[in-house]
Design a binder for this molecule. Structure first.
Ligand SMILES: Cc1cc2c(cc1C)[n+](S(=O)(=O)[O-])c1c(=O)[nH]c(=O)nc-1n2C[C@H](O)[C@H](O)[C@H](O)COP(=O)(O)O
Length: 501
């Protein structure tokens, strides 16, 4: 191959298109050609998704899934073929794709940002304007999505017992999280593949977090590289790392040590995903895309997760267990928190293991369906810790379904330090970019100020369990979810035009 430094003439598109088979497979990423023939069998996402782009420009498909440094890190330099003359490359124009044309029409008609008055408005707009695969990945929950819905509806089972005649002229809802002062008790939680929703990816969340002085939890599976997100932080902006533990502990050690060197102030080990959940909306949307060929790897033992996530998560170590905690404590000085704890017995084990905190979470309903909401687990945990005098031993966070400042206030009344918020910021970023994330955070601050006044609390310390009535929290009247896959998805598959006899 012409090695790129001696490359006199750029490769032509015609030359690249000749290498469009399993026997010889070249792809173009950002104007440079790569020979991935030998890599095909090693690709975690399977060979077919690459072969779909053999001899072509694969940049659009590649970007959301792979951080920019992936090829430099994992493809031997001898397969880097050098620059391509992109004027000679036939680009597949999206314009003639009817679905894309319809989407562009919806984008033209979308509401202006000022018409978004709460976090759910961003979801409504994102659903209409996002690419189908991106919406499917972000919005899907596991199996029948009962837990995903429960996460938000659980907050509707908690009612306030407000105090009145409290001087609330001045309201201060700032707090500290792992020693960092933040404006409001929420952080931007880790959600993978930010570039599915917005070509800039998670750096938008970094900038929004800076603007509102809240913390961003950097996902292991971000589209942006870890260093891009650290470099995008400004001044003394604080970021945490969310870690999926790799079967190869040397890789994990390197990631953790690098995060500490770059100034991360917390290590959140995700413990609820020894295997990624089965997110059927996401899987269906990939069946129209080659990425889902991964499911059809072998007969009936269809792969238990969808195209993109399965491709990016095959490294996760299902053998991770409590015995590994001392090892993590030996390789880093960062506070260690366990993200995805779902019962009080495991909170007690976490305290006994000497970690600095937990996130009571079910991964946004994307893992075990029928897992309880973070807020319900919090209502179980705090009374038990108080009995032992352990309520201040560690910092306790929850996430899942937080959409209103009243949800944040309920969690703090019960004893949480703060909450993580995921999808709303993804939707705001996907629909409106940084202005969307900025407005979403601004709306939460405005709601927080009003609701602190109305509940009779001038500062966070005034929030206590006597201000909420949680007697209804354990009732799980589960109606068949309105948005059941059978109703909505099969109709979509049959399509409105076809007459169903
Ligand atoms: C919405 C979403 C959530 C993901 C997420 C991706 C998306 C699109 N991903 S996932 O691809 O593997 O499932 C991650 C992840 O990388 N790591 C993680 O710890 N949690 C992941 N989560 C869970 C997230 O950190 C919160 O637990 C969850 O989003 C909170 O619920 P809400 O979205 O309702 O706020």
């Amino acid at each position: 191959h012409p090695s790129n430094d001696t490359q006199a003439v750029k490769l032509s598109g015609e030359e690249v298109t000749k290498h469009n088979s399993r026997e010889s497979c070249w792809v173009i990423i950002h104007g440079r050609a790569y020979d991935v023939t030998e890599f095909l069998p090693e690709h975690p996402g399977g060979a077919k998704i690459i072969l779909k782009y053999a001899g072509k420009d694969a940049s659009d498909e590649y970007d959301p899934i792979h951080p920019p440094d992936t090829l430099d890190k994992y493809l031997d330099k001898k397969f880097h073929l050098g620059e391509v003359d992109m004027n000679t490359v036939e680009q597949e124009t999206k314009e003639d794709d009817p679905e894309e044309q319809e989407r562009q029409e919806r984008i033209k008609r979308m509401p202006i940002l000022e018409q978004c008055y709460n976090l759910m408005d961003f979801e409504a707009v994102a659903r209409r304007v996002m690419k189908r695969t991106a919406w499917a990945y972000y919005s899907s929950g596991a199996d029948d999505e009962i837990t995903m819905r429960e996460n938000h509806s659980a907050f509707h089972k908690i009612w306030f017992r407000p105090r009145v005649l409290v001087d609330v002229e001045k309201v201060d809802f700032s707090t500290t999280m792992l020693g960092t002062k933040v404006d409001i008790p929420f952080y931007v939680t880790a959600t993978a593949l930010g570039k599915l929703g917005n070509p800039e990816g998670e750096v938008i969340l970094t900038r929004g977090a800076k603007k509102h002085n809240v913390i961003q939890m950097i996902p292991t599976l971000a589209s942006c590289s870890f260093d891009e997100l650290i470099d995008a932080a400004e001044g003394n902006q604080v970021q945490w790392l969310q870690l999926y533990v790799n079967k190869n502990r040397d890789i994990t050690k390197r990631i953790v040590e690098h995060a500490e060197e770059r100034g991360c102030k917390g290590l959140f080990i995700t413990v609820d995903a020894p295997q990624l959940g089965r997110r059927e909306k996401d899987m269906r949307s990939k069946f129209s895309d080659v990425g889902s060929n991964v499911q059809s790897t072998g007969g009936h033992d269809v792969d238990r997760s969808q195209g993109a996530a399965r491709a990016i998560s095959s490294f996760i170590d299902p053998s991770l267990s409590w015995k590994d905690i001392p090892w993590f404590q030996s390789i880093t000085k960062m506070p260690i928190l366990l993200k995805g704890i779902q019962r009080v017995e495991d909170v007690i084990r976490a305290i006994e293991a000497g970690v600095q905190g937990v996130v009571l979470s079910n991964h946004g309903g994307r893992q075990l369906d029928f897992a309880r909401s973070g807020i319900e687990v919090l209502a179980e945990v705090m009374p038990v810790l108080r009995e032992r005098g352990w309520e201040d031993k560690i910092e306790i966070y929850i996430d899942g379904g937080v959409r209103r400042a009243t949800d944040i206030i309920k969690a703090l009344c019960l004893g949480a330090r703060g909450v993580g918020i995921g999808r709303p910021f993804l939707y705001a970023m996907s629909a409106y970019g940084l202005p969307g994330v900025d407005r979403a955070m601004h709306l939460l601050k405005a709601e927080m100020e009003m609701n602190m006044r109305l509940i009779g609390a001038a500062k966070i310390e005034d929030l206590d369990p006597s201000m909420v009535d949680t007697r209804g929290i354990t009732t799980h009247t589960t109606v068949v979810p309105a948005d059941t896959l059978s109703l909505n998805v099969y109709d979509a598959l049959i399509g409105p035009k076809e007459k169903v006899s």
